[in-house]
Design a protein around this ligand. Structure first.
Ligand code: BG6
Length: 531
């Protein structure tokens, strides 16, 4: 069994943690046995950078008035379809998918799951499935067809109907302002590479808050700014498909978080009765034993994957290690003069965390910067990355992988939540977790997705452990409410609790997992009521 080196988890008390100051090298590496799957682990006390303890923004927490949120998630471009209806403008993905040689699976989301026309049916299935929450995103191009300027009333009123439809069914809407589908006119101006996007995003955010802020209590600025930038600038599978471009990768994240900060500041100025944050993904870093420089590898991988997002989002500042890391990576950023004030004003109220996999890393072994992703499926390629000259990922042979080469390791749910609690401390909503799979329905269209039930069940057990150990997690959403367009993976990779028959009039058929999740939610409610 391989041993791994981990960041501190709640299993280890704060008393063991050495006092940390910025620029104090990490020296302490402890070895311990853990009850989880792989056996022996080594813990790194990762306190090189002190936590920024400044008070959170003083807003009334809407969570105090909410039950635990059990829901599912969707995103505008992946499910709405109606790509040119209702006054919608062109998004970057509409454009990109029309370029044959870029579109590896040969499909697009012009129709997708047709949520635009069938959202009432989808909301019914969410409510009948016992769920009390839905995470969805708004399409910037539907609301502002030109990216900036005049808002499109038809687009706004579509989202009025969706939000009201949620509330009528006692479904708490959790709204993301942007989930990858940038308006094409903004992409034409350099998109996330251009710092002025922050102002355009702020203007768009203000329109959404003014229109929906009376009814929506949970907001996110951006979905997965790190993963979005990674796919666009390192893996090269999302537009504009740059490969191993570390400068753009980091510049995007800087600009994304500047835009996010602007939206958060506007939201707080408006004094609305809700909370706002960002969605981040897959934050857990684990370092393989045998690694020569575990502390350095950990710090580098944490910076590269997490810190450009989590420090602005939860601490209102850029990572203290930014300059040092830029120098090591041999790159630089274009920075705005008032960045300290902008990031300080843009600190969020909570974190939305998506948990699918961890980052399992070791020393850099002279490979050029690169990413391995599998957009077709079949299991031949394992996900991974090399970041010269800092670290590389490893394939852990003891951990099963899905058909797209991604680890299936449910105990990371607990470890990710406790890691965030220890290091950042804010309330968390677990906004995505799920299982992508190739599925074959029976003759009636029913899918017995026992693999999804087993895997999500194990993740939920791990979530429950974290809740019992004091993680401030306030909700959990399965990706996804129904089958939808899985970006470059197309439609064969299914995540939904409800099957969408893309070949036969987009008929909805709840899968076995839909009923299983409904029963799980009701059992959890009964258990907690008895406790
Ligand atoms: C998340 C995204 O990272 O993972 C979703 O927020 C995405 O948009 C989901 O669909 C699953 O990823 P993929 O690439 O398998 O569709």
């Amino acid at each position: 069994m391989p041993r791994i080196i981990r960041a501190q988890t709640a299993a280890h008390s704060k008393a063991e943690t050495p006092v940390a100051t910025v620029n104090t090298p990490i020296k302490t590496v402890h070895q311990t046995n853990r009850r989880h799957s792989e056996g022996t682990h080594i813990l790194i006390r990762n306190n090189r950078f002190s936590r920024n303890e400044t008070a959170m923004h003083a807003v009334p927490s809407p969570f105090d008035e909410m039950p635990f949120l059990w829901g599912s998630a969707i995103a505008a471009y992946q499910c709405e379809g109606a790509w040119n209806e209702g006054g919608k403008g062109l998004s970057e993905w509409d454009y990109f998918n029309a370029i044959d040689w870029m579109n590896v699976n040969g499909v697009d989301a012009r129709v997708a799951s047709d949520f635009y026309h069938r959202f009432e049916e989808d909301l019914d299935l969410i409510a009948e499935g016992g769920q009390n929450a839905l995470r969805l995103s708004l399409s910037w191009s539907r609301i502002l067809p030109g990216g900036t300027g005049r808002a499109n009333e038809e687009g706004l009123s579509f989202y009025d109907r969706v939000i009201d439809g949620c509330l009528e069914r006692n479904i708490e809407p959790n709204v993301v302002l942007l989930h990858y589908d940038l308006p094409y006119p903004i992409a034409l101006k350099g998109g996330w590479g251009n710092t002025s996007i922050a102002d355009a995003f702020g203007d768009y955010a203000r329109i959404c808050f003014e229109r929906f802020g009376d009814r929506v209590r949970l907001w996110s600025t951006l979905d997965e700014p790190q993963f979005y930038s990674y796919n666009a600038n390192i893996a090269g599978v999302y537009p504009p498909c740059r490969k191993a471009d570390v400068h753009s990768y980091l510049q995007w994240q800087y600009n994304e978080m500047l835009a996010s900060a602007k939206a958060v500041a506007i939201y707080h100025e408006m004094n609305l009765p809700g909370a706002i944050g960002v969605v981040h993904n897959d934050s857990l870093i684990e370092v393989a034993t045998g690694t020569n420089n575990p502390a350095e590898v950990y710090t580098a991988a944490d910076f590269f994957n997490n810190r450009m997002i989590l420090c602005p989002a939860l601490e209102g500042r850029l990572p203290p290690e930014l300059d040092e890391m830029l120098e090591k990576l041999g790159t630089f950023l274009y920075r705005v003069p008032d960045e300290a004030e902008a990031f300080a004003a843009g600190k969020g109220d909570y974190l939305n965390l998506n948990v699918y996999a961890r980052r399992y890393v070791t020393d850099w072994n002279n490979s050029p910067t690169s990413a391995k992703v599998d957009s077709v499926g079949g299991g031949a390629t394992m996900e991974g990355q090399a970041v010269a000259p800092l670290y590389e990922t490893l394939v852990d042979p003891s951990v099963p992988h899905n058909q797209w080469g991604r680890e299936i390791l449910p105990r990371i749910m607990h470890d990710s939540l406790m890691d965030i609690k220890e290091r950042y401390g804010n309330p968390i909503v677990l906004t995505e977790n799920g299982h992508g799979s190739l599925e074959t329905p029976d003759d009636s269209g029913y899918v017995e997705d026992d693999d999804r039930i087993e895997i999500i069940g194990a993740f939920l057990k791990s979530l429950s452990e974290a809740r019992n150990e004091g993680s401030n997690v306030r909700g959990y959403y399965i990706w996804s409410a129904m089958d939808l367009y899985s970006w470059v993976n197309g439609y064969k990779k299914r995540y939904g609790l409800v099957r969408v028959d893309f070949d036969h009039d987009l008929i909805r058929i709840p899968k076995k997992s839909w009923a299983w999740y409904r029963d799980f939610i009701s059992r959890d409610a009964a258990r907690r009521a008895d406790a």
